[in-house]
Design a protein around this ligand. Structure first.
Ligand code: 5GP
Ligand code: ZN
Length: 137
């Protein structure tokens, strides 16, 4: 499979690694949105959130909890965003699951991906009921 992140995971392509264990690998983003911008990927190819195994999902979040405080401490950041895209429409460019860790500073140049809209409480209620009925364990 011609996947850049699989090649990074196998060592066929270089990356500036910050963490690895048996399930995941974390390395610096080549075009960082902020200083310290880090990507966490599963070693096993999963194209997006929906393809990810429960074990890899847990390992990625555990790695994020391990790495994020170190990034904040070592960069002197004021906060940090987790960001993750699924599908072209959502801005996914590399189709190997990855979680972005973006250190943030007060007044930095990163923008929120949405502008707050308005809502109707009847619509919210109906929508919440419909979705919750569809979600199974
Ligand atoms: P997406 O838009 O798919 O969520 O994010 C893909 C990310 O992968 C981008 O932030 C991009 O800069 C990063 N990226 C793309 N190719 C490479 C690469 O070869 N090495 C590294 N370290 N990052 C990459
Ligand atoms: Zn891959």
């Amino acid at each position: 499979m011609d996947c850049i992140f699989c090649k990074i995971a196998s060592g066929d392509l270089p990356a500036f690694k910050v963490f690895e264990d048996e399930r995941v690998l974390a390395f610096l983003d080549i075009n960082p949105g902020t200083r310290g911008h880090t990507l966490i990927i599963p070693r096993f190819h999963s194209k997006d959130l929906f393809a990810l195994t429960d074990a890899d999902s847990a390992a990625i979040m555990a790695a994020a909890q391990k790495i994020a405080p170190v990034l904040i401490r070592e960069t002197g950041a004021d906060g940090l965003n987790l960001h993750q895209s699924n599908g072209e429409a959502a801005g996914q460019v590399i189709f190997h699951y990855h979680m972005h860790l973006l250190p943030r500073w007060h007044g930095d140049s990163l923008c929120s991906p949405w502008t707050p809209g308005t809502s109707d409480s009847n619509d919210l209620q109906q929508f919440a009921e419909r979705i919750s009925r569809c979600i199974t364990d």
